[in-house]
Design a protein around this ligand. Structure first.
Ligand SMILES: [Zn+2]
Length: 260
């Protein structure tokens, strides 16, 4: 497994770790674009490889196509893209997977991690969120071996950890999830949409099924729905993990504060 993650630059290292290629674009790309514009380094990564994302192509072919699409979306904002390589719907929280995600975390050396909300709508998302949270912790432990042939150095401190909103902003029971930051992404919606459109295989699949550009329409509906919680045209929502030992000040709000 070779990871392709950024080295430490002047700003903060921010890692968005989701389940599937295109989840990041739906849930937090606007915020990442704004952070990149403020001089921070962005790394995108997924646990799953997108193998179930086609009704016509075999898994190996759609995996190859989707890796290229995700890489192009990352390049649009000067970010890197990596994938842990678990086939869709085969996510499990086991020790081999934990080691892989921990190694990715050490290579990324993130100051901030964004991942799926606990209780998002399907198990790949829930497990990716749990793996990400677990790795923020295991990556800091010197005696935890990832068994990688050339292991990255340990993470020196627990990063800030944020969960981006669930799909549609609701939990398993249809209730709105509690979010403690809504980022106004109205100014970067075009770029967020352009990133999503890099995932052409998924866009065309939905367009074929629905006869309309449902892929882009859903992105806009979701961002409009979350933005409406604060009166923004388009928003992305987050909740900060403030459990034992994690940094609790709201760094996202600080980094995204309007420039004076
Ligand atoms: Zn997904």
């Amino acid at each position: 497994m070779v990871f392709n993650l950024p080295s430490k630059g002047k700003g903060m290292n921010i890692l968005a770790l989701a389940a599937h290629p295109d989840d990041i674009e739906f849930m937090c790309a606007g915020t990442l674009i704004m952070l990149k514009e403020r001089g921070h380094q962005i790394a995108l990564a997924t646990v799953n490889n997108g193998s179930c994302g086609s009704a016509t192509l075999p898994p190996d072919e759609i995996v190859r196509i989707r890796a290229g699409e995700a890489r192009r979306a990352a390049e649009l904002i000067g970010a890197t893209f990596d994938c842990v390589g678990i086939p869709d719907l085969e996510s499990v929280f086991d020790n081999p997977t934990r080691r892989k995600v921990s190694e990715l975390m050490r290579r990324a050396q993130p100051d901030i991690v964004c991942t799926h909300f606990p209780g998002d709508y399907m198990p790949d998302h829930e497990i990716a969120g749990l793996l990400a949270r677990d790795a923020t912790f295991t990556a800091t432990l010197g005696n935890y071996s990832t068994l990688a042939p050339h292991p990255a150095p340990i993470l020196k401190r627990l990063p800030y950890l944020y969960y981006f909103s669930t799909l549609e902003g609701i939990d398993h029971f249809g209730q709105d999830v509690l979010l403690d930051i809504i980022v106004d992404v109205s100014s970067v919606m075009d770029k967020k949409t352009a990133m999503l459109c890099c995932h052409a295989s998924q866009r065309e699949w939905l367009r074929h099924e629905h006869g309309i550009d449902e892929y882009v329409e859903f992105l806009k509906r979701q961002a409009a729905h979350l933005g409406a919680r604060r009166g923004y045209a388009f928003g992305e929502g987050f909740r900060q993990h403030r459990g034992h030992a994690y940094p609790r000040d709201n760094i996202l709000e600080t980094l995204l504060a309007p420039k004076q």
